[in-house]
Design a protein. Structure first.
Length: 311
């Protein structure tokens, strides 16, 4: 008994990898890696392309989250960001240790993993209640089994998540005065897509410093800048007061402006115990001159003379 089997081939989503690389600023000598599909091995084998690996990995990930596959292949945790198209901190080390496994996961996920949902938007249906809508992904929309919605209030570290089979996602009981952000992923039992850009919702009565609020990185940057300013001010004040204290604590020195012990005519104490002068010697007292007239005191620092004593 003959039967008929109908096979359907899913069309491969059109994707211009060259435009992806060019939009991210891949250098001209490395654009050959983006000719048809992303050739990571081409870039890894050329030292001048190492700096472009983050950009190439972003295009090669194609909007999918391949971390589940990367974990099963033993990719180091420090390199898992490449599996979702994000930059890593140790480019050279990850290229040597995990590029082969990551590229293998990219190849496996081309037909199995969906891309991110499109056109995420929100509609307020009542005070404190919104509905989140989105369109199917452009990449592999037929393999989507569920959608994961993640949300949090801006500035909070607590992330909430829920899964739904189709839009809309109904969110109720929004706290008055808080700003919320939502993002959506598409997934199946093989893995997830990359997340969409967040949609920020401002309920009535909410306030924010900007349209998207301050992220955690922005808050950390502000704290670091303020701390640096405080340290600089403290250092300047410390140097000022230290110099001032040092000037006050300086011990008084000996004044050499009037060195009377070097003046002519200073009477030397006679250690012989006799108070009379020897015959032929003349004693000069009170700084007087032999002829009885005062003599100008000379500054020994300005005119150093050789003194010869006559017997």
């Amino acid at each position: 008994m003959a039967g008929t089997v109908t096979l359907s081939v899913m069309p491969r989503s059109a994707r211009n990898t060259t435009n992806c690389c060019a939009s991210l600023g891949v250098s001209a000598q490395c654009l050959s890696a983006c000719a048809f599909d992303i050739d990571i091995n081409f870039a890894v084998n050329r030292p001048q392309c190492i700096r472009d690996l983050d950009k190439l990995m972003h295009c090669a990930a194609d909007g999918s989250d391949h971390r589940q596959c990367c974990r099963t292949k033993g990719v180091p945790s420090s390199c898992l960001r490449w599996c979702v198209g994000r930059p890593v901190f140790q480019t050279t080390q990850c290229a040597l240790a995990a590029a082969k496994e990551i590229v293998s996961c990219f190849e496996e996920g081309k037909a199995m993993l969906p891309g991110p949902p499109q056109n995420v938007r929100a509609s307020q249906v009542a005070p404190g209640a919104v509905d989140i809508y989105w369109d199917p992904p452009l990449k592999n929309p037929d393999v989507v089994q569920w959608y994961r919605v993640l949300w949090r209030s801006v500035g909070s570290q607590s992330i909430n998540r829920n899964e739904t089979l189709k839009p809309p996602f109904q969110f109720r009981d929004m706290d008055q005065g808080l700003i919320y952000e939502f993002l959506v992923k598409a997934g199946n039992h093989y893995g997830m897509s990359a997340s969409t850009l967040p949609v920020v919702i401002h309920p009535p009565g909410s306030t924010a410093l900007s349209g998207h609020g301050l992220s955690l990185g922005g808050k950390i940057a502000i704290v670091l800048v303020m701390t640096a300013l405080v340290l600089v001010i403290a250092a300047v004040l410390g140097i000022f007061y230290w110099k001032r204290w040092k000037a006050k604590a300086r011990p008084p020195g000996v004044s050499f402006e009037n060195p009377t012990y070097l003046k002519d005519g200073v009477v030397l104490q006679n250690t012989s115990g006799e108070g009379t002068a020897k015959p032929g010697e003349t004693t000069v007292e009170n700084g007087g001159h032999r002829n009885g007239r005062p003599r100008a005191v000379e500054n020994c620092y300005e005119d150093i003379r050789a003194v010869r004593l006559s017997s």
